[in-house]
Design a protein around this ligand. Structure first.
Ligand code: PLP
Length: 401
């Protein structure tokens, strides 16, 4: 049996008629830049996540860049971000001439370690970017308190978490800005690149809208230097079709994750991460005992949308062995992410204070393995994945010293 990590066709082909109708609508409108399709989609996304304003943009990366530009982040500023994240989070900080300061990860939820963030705050810290990694919210109450204490901004990188909730509140709606991506592998996957910025403040929304169009207002009169960060109406029209089905996709991912958790936790050598030890690596390691594979958890106060279902495979080289074992059985998997930001070559020139610490994240980078959890994954496929993992645990020797 073949089990891909993601099957975009399984989701999109059944929508072919609706998508074709949306394409025709845009074709016949003759309007290919901005306009009603983009505006409607902006409203739909903002409503969905519980924010006042939505600003459609060209990608999840440009969403972060635009949010930071609207907050005047630039040279001399420090911006805290998790070291265990996709590159875009850190890259945008750097592109604006600011200094990214990398913060360690929680071994339970993989998100930013807020205590480490507090340690790394300086008087130059201008913003913090929590990332809701793999579809689960970061600890937003603590982050908002920390930011308030230091008078710095919060940009939520929600690229993997559109529709996820923290204590009932939509991810992206809590910080100064929230950013989303419609890259095909994200939960609301588009047909190419696309993204969205959301915010609640009228003035910030206005500024972001202006910067999205070269900083011009009115047209050809440039108050400041922006860029071309627009979302295409065609992309917006197609995404509106998928938006109508989005709740169903999220529920299917949640059901798949629950099924994995039930089946995998029954295997010898597999343990669930202990949610009571959030961000305490030592207590967590102790609680896990001799477990070889650690299952992800969803905190009780969160609604997780499972962009990824990410295992920790303990023991030197074990993760790569499991991955090879799965590949042999035609099961897709991926390492998100093999290198932390502080380990990237392009950041080697940053001051040591930007890169120090981060031991938990380094360990995670060596242990994580994401397995298929996409909505259209069938139970037989999941059973096949579970059997493959079970075989691995039986056949491969236990952890070497
Ligand atoms: C995908 C992703 C981005 C970037 O989104 P693009 O649309 O690919 O530019 C940013 N941050 C995180 C955490 C992501 O997963």
């Amino acid at each position: 049996m073949k089990v891909p990590l993601l099957d975009v066709n399984a989701q999109n082909i059944p929508l072919e008629e609706e998508l074709t109708a949306a394409f025709s609508r845009v074709l016949r409108s003759g309007r290919f830049i901005m306009g009603p399709e983009v505006e409607e989609f902006e409203k739909e996304v903002a409503d969905f996540v519980g924010a006042r304003h939505g600003i459609g943009v060209s990608s999840g990366t440009d969403a972060i860049l635009l949010a930071l530009m609207a907050l005047d982040i630039g040279p001399g500023d420090e911006v805290l971000c998790p070291t265990f994240t996709f590159f875009a989070t850190a890259g945008c900080i750097s592109r604006l001439g600011a200094t990214p300061v990398f913060v360690d990860a929680c071994p339970v939820c993989f998100n930013i370690d807020v205590e480490d963030a507090a340690r790394k705050m300086t008087e130059r810290t201008k913003a913090i970017i929590p990332v809701h990694l793999f579809g689960q919210s970061a600890e937003m109450d603590e982050i908002m308190i920390l930011a308030k204490e230091h008078g710095c901004h919060v940009v939520e990188d929600g690229a993997q978490a559109i529709g996820a909730r923290y204590r009932g509140i939509g991810c992206g709606s809590m910080g100064d800005f929230g950013t989303f991506s419609f890259f095909p592998s994200k939960n609301l996957g588009g047909f190419g690149d696309g993204g969205m910025v959301v915010c609640n403040d009228e003035d910030l929304a206005e500024r972001a809208r202006m910067l999205r169009m070269h900083g011009s207002k009115p047209k050809y009169f440039h108050r400041e230097v922006g860029g071309n960060f627009r979302l295409d109406p065609l992309q917006a029209a197609l995404l509106r079709v998928k938006m109508e089905h989005y709740d169903r996709y999220s529920r299917a991912r949640q059901a798949n994750a629950a099924y994995y958790l039930e089946r995998l936790s029954a295997l010898e050598g597999v343990e669930s991460a202990s949610p009571t030890h959030c961000c305490c690596a030592e207590a967590q390691e102790e609680a896990l005992g001799a477990a070889r594979i650690i299952l992800p958890v969803c905190y009780e106060h969160n609604e997780h949308i499972w962009n990824q279902f990410t295992l920790r495979v303990r023991g030197s080289g074990e993760r790569d062995l499991l991955r090879a074992h799965l590949t042999e059985r035609e099961i897709g998997s991926e390492v998100y992410y093999p290198l932390t930001m502080d380990q990237q070559q392009c950041f080697a020139g940053l001051p040591a204070s930007s890169r120090e610490g981060n031991e938990v994240a380094h360990q995670l980078a060596g242990e994580v393995l994401s397995i298929p959890v996409y909505p259209e994954l069938g139970r037989e496929m999941q059973d096949y994945v579970v059997t493959a993992i079970s075989d691995f645990l039986e056949k491969e020797p236990p952890m070497r010293e």
